[in-house]
Design a protein around this ligand. Structure first.
Ligand SMILES: [Zn+2]
Length: 238
């Protein structure tokens, strides 16, 4: 089953005989005109004599897969959160668009309490993080409407079940564009100037309130306790 934009593009490249890089370029050009990912791929399918109906992605299946992956292993999910938070914080990083990050945080808070605790150390953090990033980026590209300058609304064909997620992503992205940030710990809206890592000043200083899983990705403690790829010393467990 095709779940990510990359898989879809790869599939149409294979089926059409076009080079992957050419397909990417064509799809990007269509999307820059304001076309959605799917309609861009379908345009290309039509042009190359393929059945456009075979080139679709289902946002509901994508979010199911994201939830499945993130609930499988609590520790691994925390590590993935750390990887993702660092991508967002790093000024050099452009691999994760902010709307995708906001969607990730929403899904994470939704599944809190459902994550399975496992005893053994997860081995597949890097692959799983990559999968989650691709899934979430694809999801956001499907449920939100885009323009040249970025996100502009909820996609007209966004499934009813995902409209509130799309709206939240939209709201947080607009706040960010307006110089505001929603603290990932306490949820307060603060000025970007008052953000430390991904949290507000108060959450950065004090004992953390709330219980979002991503507390542990707070940048300073994450760096201090980092003992490996996304792994933390156990004193962070408290
Ligand atoms: Zn806060």
């Amino acid at each position: 089953m095709t779940l990510t934009a990359r898989e879809l593009v790869r599939r149409i490249a294979r089926d059409s005989g076009l080079r992957y890089s050419d397909v990417v370029r064509r799809v990007n050009a269509e999307m820059a005109k304001g076309e959605s990912l799917i309609s861009s791929v379908q345009t290309l399918a039509r042009e190359t004599g393929l059945d456009p109906r075979r080139y679709v992605l289902d946002p509901l299946r994508i979010i199911d897969r994201i939830r499945e992956v993130l609930t499988e292993d609590h520790t691994r999910t925390l590590m993935i959160s750390a990887v993702i938070a660092q991508m967002v914080e790093s000024p050099r990083s452009s691999r994760l668009p902010l709307p995708a990050f906001f969607a990730f945080m929403e899904i994470l808070s939704e599944i809190e309490g459902q994550m399975v605790l496992r005893r053994d150390t997860p081995q597949d953090v890097e692959e799983t993080a990559t999968e989650v990033i691709e899934l979430i980026t694809t999801l956001v590209s499907l449920i939100c409407a885009w323009s040249k300058t970025g996100i502009k609304g909820v996609a007209p064909d966004c499934p009813a079940e995902l409209r509130s997620l799309a709206k939240t992503v939209l709201r947080k992205t607009r706040l960010y564009q307006g110089g505001m940030w929603v603290c990932i710990s306490c949820g307060r809206v603060v000025s970007l100037r008052d953000v430390r890592g991904l949290v507000c000043r108060d959450c950065d200083k004090g004992p953390r309130h709330g219980s979002a899983a991503v507390h542990k990705v707070d940048s300073t403690s994450a760096e201090r306790h980092r003992i490996g790829y996304g792994a933390y010393a156990t004193d962070e467990e408290s």
